[in-house]
Design a protein around this ligand. Structure first.
Ligand code: XUL
Ligand code: CO
Length: 438
């Protein structure tokens, strides 16, 4: 195993807020305890194989710029195995315990399904031995059902049944790989499960087919004894014009409609939320309110660019609001913060992989500390409780439990007279929130 792709880069250490060393953490102190759990456990950082190892940093106007001296540019299994070595070297130097991958990120397709399966199997064995040696673990696996030309019309929602069969085979083998690697979860992101134009689309049938694949996956999961979580990852568009799993609310509706609520939670991604016209906080709150917040793809978009720029999350407002939601639901169980993020095309040197992850990890460490401080301070929580206090009355309780009629409420309203209204105090609360961001 080669262990020298990053020979000139040290293991990244916590040096504290006064450090001026760019290759050190100023805020992420893995062992420090916040709300009863170590930072490492509260944040559960995961590294995305596809961006870290496979993203050449191209854009629609120019070729890739990423420098990857370990990669010979071929589709050989040997090259794939070399990338795995480099990836685990990166994980141990940056101090990230978890990772996520698509089947096709790690192993090339062969000439037919058996040889493709064989390639995946060989690479997964290498990943398993790296996990054993270095103690890293798989947060989640997934199947890439959007890159190969056969998926041009979608995978589970393709108009062609043979394409569905190929997708089913891929999901089966990606689930096997995830199970073999002890993954905590498995993600379904429906990259092309949507449409380009309704003129050629039977939406009713396509949504049913998607549900069929998910039910088969649940059945397979149970038969192989995979006990990890299943996550759906919403995104409204791109590459499709409309993706069926468009946002958290649409996903929850889909899961309820097809009897899948007990088997899936959501993996919410910041840049997908903003593409859907929502804040990340909104999407997290929708998922959490349904008891369905599973995991997070941590990145952010750019306010001037209307596409999925997948930038590393460096905005402290954002990370604090995310961690308030995560702490509010009692922390992650099988989920974590997966950096589904890529460097800018201009940040092409290998060392930039370190700078990028450090920027995201320190931003989330600050967000975690700020969110915990807001909760310990208590003013925000007390405000919220006081705002709804009237609902704790006997009348409120009767409404919430369904034990009252419209007529009885009219009687009450007549007696109570016009309610005295109170301010929402938004600006006061925003200032309060900002107190914790210094
Ligand atoms: C694409 C995206 C995917 C999923 C996994 O926008 O977010 O990388 O996270 O398929
Ligand atoms: Co994602």
């Amino acid at each position: 195993m080669s262990q020298d792709a990053f020979a000139d880069i040290p293991v990244i250490a916590y040096e504290g807020p006064d450090s001026r060393n760019a290759l050190a953490f100023k805020h992420y102190d893995a062992e420090a305890v916040v709300e009863g759990r170590s930072m490492a456990d509260q944040l559960r950082f995961a590294c995305a194989y596809w961006h870290t190892m496979r993203n050449p940093l191209g854009d629609p106007f120019g070729v890739g710029t990423a420098q990857t001296p370990w990669d010979d540019g071929t589709d050989s299994v040997d090259n794939a195995l070399r990338r795995v070595d480099v990836f685990f070297e990166f994980l141990s130097k940056i101090g990230i315990q978890w990772y996520c991958f698509h089947d096709r990120d790690v192993a090339p397709e062969g000439v037919d399904i058996p040889s493709t399966n064989d390639n995946l199997h060989r690479v997964v064995e290498a990943m398993a031995s790296h996990q054993q040696a270095g103690g890293q673990r798989l947060l989640w696996g997934t199947a890439c059902l959007f890159a190969h030309p056969r998926y041009v019309h979608g995978a589970a929602t393709s108009c062609q049944v043979d394409v569905f069969a190929h997708a089913a085979s891929q999901v089966r083998r990606a689930l096997d790989a995830t199970h073999a690697l002890g993954g905590l979860g498995y993600v379904f992101w429906g990259g092309r499960e949507g449409y380009s134009t309704l003129l050629n689309t039977d939406m009713h049938r396509e949504r049913e087919h998607l549900a069929c694949l998910l039910h088969m996956a649940v059945d397979y999961k149970q038969r192989i004894g995979f006990s990890g979580d299943f996550f759906i990852e919403p995104k409204p568009m791109e590459p499709t014009t409309h993706q069926y799993d468009s946002d958290a609310a649409a996903c929850l509706n889909f899961l309820r409609e097809f009897g899948l609520m007990d088997h899936f939670t959501l993996n919410i991604e910041t840049n997908h939320a903003t593409l859907a016209g929502h804040s990340m906080e909104h999407e997290l709150a929708v998922a959490a309110a349904a008891g369905s917040l599973g995991s997070i793809d941590a990145n952010m978009g750019h306010p001037h660019l209307g596409w999925d720029t997948d930038q590393f999350p460096t905005d402290l407002q954002l990370t604090t609001r995310i961690m308030l939601q995560v702490l509010g639901m009692g922390g992650f169980t099988n989920g974590g913060l997966n950096f589904d993020a890529k460097r800018r095309r201009e940040s092409f040197e290998p060392v930039d992989l370190f700078h990028a992850h450090i920027s995201g990890m320190d931003a989330f460490a600050r967000g975690l500390k700020a969110a915990a401080a807001i909760r310990a301070d208590g003013r925000l929580g007390e405000f919220l409780q006081a705002r709804y206090a009237s609902w704790d009355s006997e009348l409120g309780q009767r409404i919430e439990s369904g034990g009252i009629t419209l007529e009885e409420l009219e009687g009450h309203a007549c007696e109570a007279g016009e309610p005295g209204l109170v301010s929402g105090r938004q600006e006061m609360l925003e200032a309060l929130f900002n107190e914790f961001l210094s």
